[in-house]
Design a protein around this ligand. Sequence first.
Ligand code: PBG
Length: 316
Amino acid sequence: MRDLVAEHHLRVDDLIAPLFVREGIAEPQPIDSLPGVVQHTRDSLRAEVVSLAGLGVRGVILFGVPAYKDAIGSGAFDPDGIVQLALGDLRSEVGDDVVLMADLCVDEYTDHGHCGVLDDHGVVDNDATLEIYARAAVAQAAAGAQVVAPSGMMDGQVAAIRTALDAAGFDDTAIMAYAAKYASALYGPFRDAVDVSIVGGGDRKGYQQDWRNAREAQREIDLDVAEGADIVMVKPALAYLDVIAAAADRVDVPVAAYHVSGEYAMIHAAADRGWIDGDAVALEHLTAIKRAGADIVLTYFTRWLAESAASGDIDL
Ligand code: PBG
Protein backbone atom coordinates (compact mmCIF):
# COMPACT_ATOMS: atom_id res chain seq x y z
CA MET A 1 0.00 0.00 0.00
CA ARG A 2 2.84 2.41 0.81
CA ASP A 3 4.38 1.81 -2.61
CA LEU A 4 1.04 2.16 -4.34
CA VAL A 5 0.39 5.58 -2.87
CA ALA A 6 3.98 6.88 -2.79
CA GLU A 7 4.06 10.33 -4.38
CA HIS A 8 7.67 10.34 -5.51
CA HIS A 9 10.13 7.74 -6.71
CA LEU A 10 13.84 8.00 -7.17
CA ARG A 11 14.89 6.31 -10.41
CA VAL A 12 18.32 5.43 -11.77
CA ASP A 13 17.26 7.40 -14.88
CA ASP A 14 17.23 10.58 -12.78
CA LEU A 15 20.86 10.38 -11.78
CA ILE A 16 24.05 11.86 -13.14
CA ALA A 17 27.43 10.56 -11.95
CA PRO A 18 30.14 13.18 -11.44
CA LEU A 19 33.47 11.65 -12.56
CA PHE A 20 37.04 12.90 -12.27
CA VAL A 21 39.75 12.25 -14.84
CA ARG A 22 43.36 13.15 -14.11
CA GLU A 23 46.15 13.74 -16.55
CA GLY A 24 49.45 11.89 -16.16
CA ILE A 25 48.57 9.08 -13.77
CA ALA A 26 48.99 5.37 -14.44
CA GLU A 27 46.51 4.08 -11.83
CA PRO A 28 43.24 5.49 -10.47
CA GLN A 29 43.85 7.51 -7.30
CA PRO A 30 41.47 7.32 -4.33
CA ILE A 31 40.21 10.60 -2.83
CA ASP A 32 40.36 10.41 0.98
CA SER A 33 37.51 12.81 1.64
CA LEU A 34 35.25 11.15 -0.99
CA PRO A 35 35.22 7.44 -0.08
CA GLY A 36 34.57 5.23 -3.10
CA VAL A 37 35.26 8.02 -5.62
CA VAL A 38 38.55 8.11 -7.56
CA GLN A 39 40.52 10.29 -9.92
CA HIS A 40 40.36 8.17 -13.08
CA THR A 41 42.93 7.52 -15.75
CA ARG A 42 41.56 7.78 -19.29
CA ASP A 43 41.34 3.98 -19.39
CA SER A 44 39.68 3.50 -16.02
CA LEU A 45 37.21 6.28 -16.89
CA ARG A 46 36.25 4.46 -20.07
CA ALA A 47 35.65 1.24 -18.15
CA GLU A 48 33.64 3.07 -15.50
CA VAL A 49 31.33 4.74 -18.01
CA VAL A 50 30.74 1.47 -19.88
CA SER A 51 29.88 -0.18 -16.57
CA LEU A 52 27.56 2.66 -15.49
CA ALA A 53 25.80 2.48 -18.85
CA GLY A 54 25.26 -1.25 -18.27
CA LEU A 55 23.62 -0.41 -14.95
CA GLY A 56 21.19 1.95 -16.68
CA VAL A 57 22.82 5.26 -15.76
CA ARG A 58 21.83 7.88 -18.34
CA GLY A 59 24.35 10.65 -17.73
CA VAL A 60 27.84 11.43 -16.50
CA ILE A 61 29.52 14.79 -15.93
CA LEU A 62 33.28 15.06 -16.28
CA PHE A 63 35.75 17.13 -14.27
CA GLY A 64 39.38 17.33 -15.30
CA VAL A 65 42.52 17.42 -13.19
CA PRO A 66 45.30 18.74 -15.43
CA ALA A 67 49.01 18.08 -14.95
CA TYR A 68 49.78 21.79 -15.40
CA LYS A 69 47.85 24.88 -14.43
CA ASP A 70 48.30 28.45 -15.67
CA ALA A 71 46.83 31.91 -15.13
CA ILE A 72 43.99 31.60 -17.66
CA GLY A 73 43.22 27.89 -17.31
CA SER A 74 44.12 27.01 -20.87
CA GLY A 75 43.66 23.30 -20.19
CA ALA A 76 39.93 24.03 -20.21
CA PHE A 77 39.91 24.86 -23.92
CA ASP A 78 42.99 23.08 -25.27
CA PRO A 79 41.83 20.32 -27.70
CA ASP A 80 44.46 18.13 -26.00
CA GLY A 81 43.24 19.07 -22.50
CA ILE A 82 42.39 16.06 -20.35
CA VAL A 83 38.60 16.43 -20.47
CA GLN A 84 38.56 16.95 -24.23
CA LEU A 85 40.65 13.78 -24.71
CA ALA A 86 38.43 11.85 -22.31
CA LEU A 87 35.27 13.02 -24.10
CA GLY A 88 36.70 11.74 -27.37
CA ASP A 89 37.45 8.35 -25.79
CA LEU A 90 33.96 8.08 -24.36
CA ARG A 91 32.13 9.20 -27.46
CA SER A 92 33.76 6.43 -29.47
CA GLU A 93 33.26 3.90 -26.66
CA VAL A 94 29.62 4.44 -25.65
CA GLY A 95 28.19 6.36 -28.62
CA ASP A 96 24.85 7.85 -27.64
CA ASP A 97 24.10 5.36 -24.85
CA VAL A 98 25.13 7.80 -22.14
CA VAL A 99 24.70 11.57 -22.15
CA LEU A 100 28.18 13.04 -21.87
CA MET A 101 28.28 16.26 -19.92
CA ALA A 102 31.29 18.42 -19.24
CA ASP A 103 31.61 20.78 -16.31
CA LEU A 104 32.63 24.10 -17.82
CA CYS A 105 34.81 26.19 -15.56
CA VAL A 106 38.46 27.09 -15.18
CA ASP A 107 39.11 26.64 -11.46
CA GLU A 108 40.60 23.17 -11.98
CA TYR A 109 42.94 24.65 -14.60
CA THR A 110 44.05 27.95 -13.08
CA ASP A 111 47.12 28.28 -10.87
CA HIS A 112 45.21 30.70 -8.59
CA GLY A 113 42.16 28.43 -8.22
CA HIS A 114 39.50 31.00 -9.15
CA CYS A 115 36.68 30.25 -11.58
CA GLY A 116 37.77 33.08 -13.87
CA VAL A 117 40.75 35.04 -15.08
CA LEU A 118 42.05 37.81 -12.82
CA ASP A 119 42.48 41.51 -13.51
CA ASP A 120 45.51 43.57 -12.45
CA HIS A 121 44.15 43.80 -8.90
CA GLY A 122 43.75 40.04 -8.54
CA VAL A 123 39.96 40.25 -8.85
CA VAL A 124 38.00 37.96 -11.19
CA ASP A 125 37.31 39.73 -14.49
CA ASN A 126 33.79 38.64 -15.47
CA ASP A 127 33.81 39.63 -19.13
CA ALA A 128 37.33 38.43 -19.90
CA THR A 129 36.30 35.11 -18.37
CA LEU A 130 33.31 34.82 -20.72
CA GLU A 131 35.70 34.67 -23.68
CA ILE A 132 37.53 31.75 -22.09
CA TYR A 133 34.25 29.96 -21.33
CA ALA A 134 33.16 30.39 -24.95
CA ARG A 135 36.35 28.72 -26.14
CA ALA A 136 35.98 25.91 -23.59
CA ALA A 137 32.38 25.26 -24.66
CA VAL A 138 33.36 24.90 -28.31
CA ALA A 139 36.32 22.64 -27.41
CA GLN A 140 34.09 20.42 -25.27
CA ALA A 141 31.36 20.20 -27.91
CA ALA A 142 33.92 19.44 -30.62
CA ALA A 143 35.34 16.67 -28.43
CA GLY A 144 31.94 15.03 -28.02
CA ALA A 145 30.06 16.63 -25.12
CA GLN A 146 26.30 16.69 -25.67
CA VAL A 147 25.83 18.97 -22.69
CA VAL A 148 28.11 21.68 -21.35
CA ALA A 149 27.57 22.77 -17.77
CA PRO A 150 28.94 26.20 -16.88
CA SER A 151 29.64 26.26 -13.13
CA GLY A 152 31.59 29.48 -12.68
CA MET A 153 28.64 31.81 -11.93
CA MET A 154 29.89 34.60 -14.20
CA ASP A 155 27.14 37.00 -15.29
CA GLY A 156 26.15 36.39 -18.89
CA GLN A 157 27.88 33.01 -19.15
CA VAL A 158 24.92 31.15 -20.65
CA ALA A 159 24.38 33.73 -23.40
CA ALA A 160 28.09 33.85 -24.24
CA ILE A 161 28.30 30.07 -24.47
CA ARG A 162 25.09 29.71 -26.51
CA THR A 163 26.33 32.30 -28.99
CA ALA A 164 29.73 30.62 -29.32
CA LEU A 165 28.26 27.13 -29.72
CA ASP A 166 25.80 28.28 -32.39
CA ALA A 167 28.49 30.17 -34.28
CA ALA A 168 30.64 27.03 -34.36
CA GLY A 169 27.75 24.89 -35.64
CA PHE A 170 26.98 23.16 -32.34
CA ASP A 171 23.32 24.17 -32.29
CA ASP A 172 22.34 20.84 -30.74
CA THR A 173 24.71 21.02 -27.80
CA ALA A 174 22.65 21.68 -24.69
CA ILE A 175 23.50 23.88 -21.72
CA MET A 176 22.90 22.75 -18.16
CA ALA A 177 23.48 25.94 -16.21
CA TYR A 178 24.66 25.94 -12.63
CA ALA A 179 22.12 28.73 -12.14
CA ALA A 180 21.74 29.07 -8.38
CA LYS A 181 25.10 28.04 -7.02
CA TYR A 182 25.86 29.11 -3.49
CA ALA A 183 29.22 30.02 -1.95
CA SER A 184 28.98 26.91 0.19
CA ALA A 185 31.36 25.30 2.66
CA LEU A 186 30.18 21.92 1.35
CA TYR A 187 32.56 21.82 -1.64
CA GLY A 188 35.63 20.94 0.46
CA PRO A 189 36.08 17.30 -0.61
CA PHE A 190 35.56 18.28 -4.26
CA ARG A 191 38.45 20.70 -4.04
CA ASP A 192 40.60 17.81 -2.78
CA ALA A 193 39.40 15.75 -5.74
CA VAL A 194 40.50 18.36 -8.28
CA ASP A 195 43.55 19.66 -6.38
CA VAL A 196 42.22 23.19 -6.10
CA SER A 197 43.10 25.70 -3.44
CA ILE A 198 42.21 29.36 -3.85
CA VAL A 199 45.17 31.71 -3.76
CA GLY A 200 45.71 33.59 -0.52
CA GLY A 201 43.01 31.65 1.30
CA GLY A 202 40.42 33.43 -0.87
CA ASP A 203 36.82 32.43 -1.49
CA ARG A 204 34.18 32.58 -4.21
CA LYS A 205 31.82 35.03 -2.54
CA GLY A 206 32.40 37.54 -5.32
CA TYR A 207 30.61 35.34 -7.87
CA GLN A 208 28.76 32.55 -6.06
CA GLN A 209 25.59 33.32 -4.15
CA ASP A 210 25.06 34.33 -0.55
CA TRP A 211 23.25 31.54 1.31
CA ARG A 212 21.16 34.09 3.14
CA ASN A 213 19.36 34.85 -0.13
CA ALA A 214 16.54 32.96 -1.83
CA ARG A 215 14.80 35.54 -4.05
CA GLU A 216 18.14 36.31 -5.62
CA ALA A 217 18.39 32.67 -6.68
CA GLN A 218 15.15 32.95 -8.65
CA ARG A 219 16.53 36.00 -10.41
CA GLU A 220 19.68 34.07 -11.35
CA ILE A 221 17.55 31.19 -12.63
CA ASP A 222 15.31 33.50 -14.68
CA LEU A 223 18.35 35.13 -16.26
CA ASP A 224 19.84 31.77 -17.23
CA VAL A 225 16.57 30.58 -18.77
CA ALA A 226 16.27 33.84 -20.71
CA GLU A 227 19.86 33.42 -21.94
CA GLY A 228 19.08 29.94 -23.28
CA ALA A 229 19.71 27.41 -20.51
CA ASP A 230 18.16 24.03 -21.34
CA ILE A 231 18.41 22.74 -17.77
CA VAL A 232 18.91 24.84 -14.64
CA MET A 233 20.68 23.60 -11.55
CA VAL A 234 20.54 24.41 -7.87
CA LYS A 235 23.63 23.59 -5.82
CA PRO A 236 24.14 22.33 -3.10
CA ALA A 237 20.90 20.41 -2.63
CA LEU A 238 19.77 19.67 0.91
CA ALA A 239 20.23 23.06 2.49
CA TYR A 240 18.49 24.58 -0.55
CA LEU A 241 15.33 22.48 -0.92
CA ASP A 242 13.32 25.70 -0.72
CA VAL A 243 15.24 27.08 -3.69
CA ILE A 244 14.72 23.84 -5.66
CA ALA A 245 10.98 23.90 -4.92
CA ALA A 246 10.64 27.53 -5.97
CA ALA A 247 12.61 26.88 -9.16
CA ALA A 248 10.47 23.89 -10.08
CA ASP A 249 7.34 26.01 -9.66
CA ARG A 250 8.71 28.85 -11.67
CA VAL A 251 10.44 27.50 -14.78
CA ASP A 252 9.39 25.15 -17.54
CA VAL A 253 12.82 23.62 -18.18
CA PRO A 254 14.10 20.62 -16.22
CA VAL A 255 15.54 21.40 -12.80
CA ALA A 256 18.69 19.63 -11.64
CA ALA A 257 20.14 19.59 -8.13
CA TYR A 258 23.73 18.77 -7.20
CA HIS A 259 24.10 16.68 -4.04
CA VAL A 260 27.65 17.87 -3.52
CA SER A 261 30.84 16.37 -2.17
CA GLY A 262 30.36 17.59 1.42
CA GLU A 263 26.84 16.21 1.54
CA TYR A 264 28.17 12.82 0.41
CA ALA A 265 31.17 12.91 2.74
CA MET A 266 29.05 13.69 5.81
CA ILE A 267 26.92 10.59 5.28
CA HIS A 268 30.01 8.41 4.92
CA ALA A 269 31.74 9.91 7.94
CA ALA A 270 28.78 9.38 10.25
CA ALA A 271 28.04 5.91 8.87
CA ASP A 272 31.67 4.87 9.37
CA ARG A 273 31.30 5.67 13.08
CA GLY A 274 28.14 3.61 13.22
CA TRP A 275 26.13 6.70 14.10
CA ILE A 276 23.70 6.47 11.18
CA ASP A 277 22.66 3.87 8.60
CA GLY A 278 24.41 5.46 5.62
CA ASP A 279 22.45 3.64 2.91
CA ALA A 280 19.12 4.56 4.45
CA VAL A 281 20.12 8.20 4.90
CA ALA A 282 21.41 8.41 1.33
CA LEU A 283 18.14 7.10 -0.05
CA GLU A 284 16.13 9.46 2.16
CA HIS A 285 18.19 12.48 1.18
CA LEU A 286 18.17 11.79 -2.54
CA THR A 287 14.44 11.12 -2.54
CA ALA A 288 13.83 14.37 -0.62
CA ILE A 289 15.67 16.25 -3.35
CA LYS A 290 13.25 14.81 -5.90
CA ARG A 291 10.28 15.49 -3.65
CA ALA A 292 11.32 19.14 -3.50
CA GLY A 293 10.98 19.27 -7.28
CA ALA A 294 14.29 18.28 -8.88
CA ASP A 295 13.97 16.25 -12.09
CA ILE A 296 17.65 15.32 -12.16
CA VAL A 297 20.08 14.67 -9.30
CA LEU A 298 23.85 14.79 -9.64
CA THR A 299 25.27 12.52 -6.98
CA TYR A 300 28.38 10.57 -6.04
CA PHE A 301 25.97 7.84 -4.90
CA THR A 302 24.99 7.08 -8.52
CA ARG A 303 27.02 3.87 -8.86
CA TRP A 304 25.94 2.57 -5.46
CA LEU A 305 22.30 3.30 -6.18
CA ALA A 306 22.36 1.78 -9.66
CA GLU A 307 24.11 -1.34 -8.36
CA SER A 308 21.77 -1.66 -5.40
CA ALA A 309 18.74 -1.29 -7.65
CA ALA A 310 20.11 -3.86 -10.13
CA SER A 311 20.85 -6.42 -7.41
CA GLY A 312 17.53 -5.89 -5.68
CA ASP A 313 19.16 -4.66 -2.45
CA ILE A 314 17.15 -1.48 -2.76
CA ASP A 315 13.63 -1.35 -4.09
CA LEU A 316 13.25 2.05 -5.75
C1 PBG B 1 33.57 24.51 -10.00
C2 PBG B 1 32.81 23.44 -9.32
C3 PBG B 1 32.81 23.14 -7.96
C4 PBG B 1 31.95 22.05 -7.79
C5 PBG B 1 31.46 21.70 -9.04
N1 PBG B 1 31.98 22.59 -9.97
C6 PBG B 1 33.60 23.72 -6.86
C7 PBG B 1 33.51 25.13 -6.50
O1 PBG B 1 32.64 25.89 -6.93
O2 PBG B 1 34.38 25.51 -5.71
C8 PBG B 1 31.67 21.38 -6.47
C9 PBG B 1 31.06 20.02 -6.52
C10 PBG B 1 31.06 19.27 -5.23
O3 PBG B 1 31.39 19.79 -4.15
O4 PBG B 1 30.71 18.08 -5.29
N2 PBG B 1 34.23 24.02 -11.15
